[in-house]
Ligand binder design. Structure first.
Ligand code: MG
Length: 163
């Protein structure tokens, strides 16, 4: 066995846009926004992708295994709490997060000015330094579900190392 056991995990998520709901991205309320995201929980598409990346790295399944959307316990759930539940378990198994890289794909709202705030919030939630977190934002170039503003999607990659 290598002296340093590193594992990488990826996560992806999609949520449909819907008017009249708050838009949560990376644990940050984005306002003003022309729409929020539809979903069983608070629909934070970025936190869901990151949670899946963390579960993937630790080989612990996916977010649907942990928090089934058929279970009323998770209706309106705070995705930050779901992420931290997973983080606790991953850390208890001896894993530390080395870094996170993630991308939000949204035609609107424009996220440029939100990236530093999201980065800091993610670092806080993951209990790591902001220097270990990178947040990217892409438009959908007006094509596909993202470009037509029908959905917002997110991708995340996490590297973990065993203590
Ligand atoms: Mg989701």
């Amino acid at each position: 066995m290598p002296s340093h056991d590193f594992r990488v995990g990826e996560g992806h998520d999609t949520h449909r846009t819907i008017p009249g709901r708050p838009l949560m991205l990376g644990g940050v309320l984005i306002e003003p926004s022309p729409f929020g995201l539809d979903g069983h929980s608070d629909a934070d598409v970025l936190l869901h992708a990151i949670t899946d990346a963390l579960l993937g790295a630790a080989a612990l399944g996916d977010i649907g295994d942990w928090f089934p959307n058929t279970d009323d316990r998770w209706k309106g759930a705070n995705s930050a709490e779901l992420l931290q539940t997973v983080l606790r378990d991953v850390k208890d198994r001896g894993w530390d997060i080395i870094n996170l890289d993630c991308t939000v794909h949204a035609e609107r709202p424009k996220l440029m000015s939100w990236k530093p705030g999201i980065r800091n919030r993610l670092a806080e939630l993951l209990e790591i330094e902001p220097e270990r977190v990178n947040v990217k934002a892409k438009s959908g170039e007006r094509v596909g579900p993202v470009g037509r503003e029908e959905a917002i999607t997110a991708d995340a990659v996490v590297l973990i190392c065993h203590r």
